[in-house]
Design a protein around this ligand. Structure first.
Ligand code: GLV
Ligand code: MG
Length: 319
């Protein structure tokens, strides 16, 4: 390990994160009784500009009146470049900050964006005598955000997680797709022709780089990396493939933009019984190896060593 230690943020179950438009009050109680780990009440892109004040009022009322215990609750405010953001923060934190676990900040481009929000939230909480900690979820969803992901992740003690906002990211880099979080048929590799002249076509994953970049920035700052939306809610297999890829890269959770995606996220982000079983077997095998004075061992014909212990412990801790 490096001499530089990375303090981990408070542990929080974040396998699934359900997006609920602040303008759609009929979905609030359904969200609370769902299996989702985190709910974010959206004041940003799921709410039309004229509806913003009403959505804000709905969210404040619901935070005060409904029982959110058992869920982590977050509010996605509008971006710093809009005329809505300041009132989102002032009204929601002043009037309901004591019921809020997290604030989700969209389109973060640089560390000062986060710093500014930290100042504002801290001032309001101090003035109101609110002693609860409101954490930050930061959406990395622009070329600027990806470029500055490291300093963004380290910008505030309130930071808890980075989220990959695939739709806005695609718009920001002008990627040739409008399929939110899905594959892009233009991004393929053709194999060389075989003897008969035929060629295979393999689809690549156009989200691999920004997602990996975000995972590294998050983990290097002790934050949770969370994968964002998958727009086609009639394609559970496609969702599952995307979620499993994100989990394989190190993400702890994925958004659900429809209730049908909650169970998929919980399953994909697991860890599964098989993964847990294997992790526990590794820990036992390494314990036995250590007692026999060895630093490495063989399990099922494969090498395991102290790095395997760290991998296995990470899986067990997440369960
Ligand atoms: C989420 O905010 C996204 O842009 O994908
Ligand atoms: Mg977005």
């Amino acid at each position: 390990m490096s001499f530089t230690e990375i303090p981990e943020v408070p542990m929080r179950r974040n396998r699934s994160e359900l997006a609920v438009p602040g303008s759609q009050t009929r979905f609030f109680e359904k969200a609370i009784s769902s299996e989702t780990d985190v709910i974010f009440l959206d004041l940003e892109d799921a709410v039309a500009p004229d509806e913003k004040p009403r959505a804000r009022r709905n969210v404040i009322e619901a935070l005060n009146d409904l029982d959110w215990s058992g869920k982590t609750v977050s509010v996605r405010i509008n971006g710093l470049d809009t005329p809505f953001m300041y009132r989102d923060v002032v009204d929601v934190v002043e009037q309901a900050g004591q019921f809020l676990d997290l604030i989700m900040i969209p389109k973060v481009g640089c560390a000062s964006d986060v710093y500014a929000l930290d100042v504002l939230v801290s001032q309001i909480q101090n003035a109101r005598g609110q002693s609860n900690r409101i954490g930050f979820e930061l959406i990395i969803e622009s070329a600027l955000g990806v470029r500055n992901a490291d300093s963004i992740a380290a910008a505030s003690k309130r930071n808890e997680s980075l989220h990959f906002g695939v739709a806005d990211y695609a718009a920001s880099v002008q990627a040739r797709t409008t399929n939110i979080g899905g594959p892009a048929p233009g991004y393929v590799v053709l194999t060389d022709p075989d003897d008969a002249g035929s060629r295979d076509m393999h689809w690549g994953d156009i989200w691999h780089y920004p997602l990996t970049r975000m995972v590294v920035a998050a983990r290097a700052a002790g934050l949770r990396p969370i994968d964002g939306p998958f727009g086609d809610f009639s394609d559970p297999e496609g969702y599952m493939a995307a979620a499993r890829r994100a989990a394989a890269l190190g993400c702890e959770g994925k958004w659900a933009i429809h209730p049908s995606q909650i169970g998929l996220a919980n399953t994909a982000m697991g860890p599964s019984e098989d993964e847990l079983d294997q992790a526990r077997r590794i820990l036992t095998a390494m314990e036995e190896a250590e007692q026999a004075g060895m630093g490495a061992a063989t399990l099922d014909g494969k090498l395991i060593d102290y790095a395997s212990i760290r991998q296995a412990k990470a899986i067990v801790a997440r369960s």
